[in-house]
Design a protein around this ligand. Sequence first.
Ligand code: AMP
Ligand code: MG
Length: 491
Amino acid sequence: MTVSVAEQNQMGWQFDNTYSRLPEVLFASAKPAAVAAPRVVILNHRLADDLGLQLEGMSPEAAASLFAGQDLPVGSLPIAQAYAGHQYGNFTMLGDGRAILLGEHRTPSGQLVDIQFKGSGPTRFSRRGDGRAALGPMLREYIISEAMFALGIPTTRSLAVVTTGEPVMRETRRQGAVLTRVAASHIRVGTFEYVAGRGDEANLRLLADYTINRHYPNLPDSPNRYLEFFRAVMDRQAALVARWQLVGFIHGVMNTDNMAISGETIDYGPCAFMNAYSPTTVFSSIDHAGRYAYGNQPAIVQWNLTRFAETLIPLLDPDQEKAIAIATDALNQYPALFQQYWLTGMRAKLGLQSVEAGDFELAQSLLTWMQKAKADFTNTFRDLSADEPLSKALYQEAEFQAWHSQWQLRLNQESRPTTAVHAAMRGVNPAVIPRNHRVEEALAAAENNNDLSVLERLLAVLAKPFEAGTDSAIYREPPTDECDYRTFCGT
Ligand code: AMP
Ligand code: MG
């Protein structure tokens, strides 16, 4: 089944190909591979509407063909992007090995977004990989990215998942699939590392100007425009990782190639949400040293920003020593910046409106107790937001009771009625997160039995994470035992 040009025009694609107009060192042309028997697994109709795309009129066959890359949207110009990156601390040349960028689509609100296929076959950057993706990991990205969006956290989105009708060989034989990803852009810290690594100052400046124009068009007028750019990226990254910490999201593989300059969460691989609070929580099967553990994430952002700042050195000052001093000075402001975002978010989670000196310690002592009590991170904050008394056994512990009295004293300094405090808290403390055992059960049903009903029920509750209706009750329960839970990159 092919999609005619007339049909495609009716769909509403408005492609521009701004990245393709950048110097050719930044990409390689690419072509999605032909596949045997594409079939739609899931389409994100709400996102399609926001993008100005009409999917309703399409037959399932035409949609499958489109999202498997068999019929390219009119105006698209497929490329694979070049980038480098520090993976677990080691520098490597990379590039889109299993992703193809179709170009940028202009939404009805005027926003320019990347439309990218993930798993659509090899590119010039595939190295030894097959360029393919398995259904489970693509659906995992769909679930978690859409959950993050509903939580209000900047993220790439998922428009469609289709199976290819071809197997991919991983630890076992799995169904091949293609995810259509929508992103503010796919420009990464690693993209800058790639250009800087070539010692290519002219193209570095071009890339920086392109990125500023696309993501930071309102930078303050300053003689040091690239320093302002760095500060703005740092600001968004500090805000982003604070949001992750405040919901217990663990990215799992915060390599510099998985950090987007736009400030969106990107590249959902072995990511997972924490249940019982512990800073040492790691789920990724390959993160043996815990480099990307929950509690390390804010510091890793600073490490990645340091790699980013290094790429900008030639643009910061002609005198290299001065440039390094400028970058170091900016980077030194990161810890306070992160702490400010985190504490502001923590105050909201605790229902506090004003700023008081002991607030950090108040939040920290709750976390200290949670870690000792192995309390569930999400449910503890949600329980604190309830109007009912805290009846669970763990809340009867003396240490918690002492903390609770302190918190009540602090709340009494503000004049909000308790019911209003609780209502505000329920607006920022999610009732539902994508719990690992619920995600796994949805993926298993989809992959092993072609049963999407479990996934669809999960997505429905994740779309309204702050509501605690009866339909979400089972999704709010932590797993009974999760000591051995491991996530995989799925590459
Ligand atoms: P990731 O950890 O998924 O962000 O991937 C790291 C790098 O490996 C990226 O440059 C990917 O394009 C590449 N890669 C991952 N899986 C494959 C695959 N199956 N085939 C080719 N390249 C891959
Ligand atoms: Mg990646």
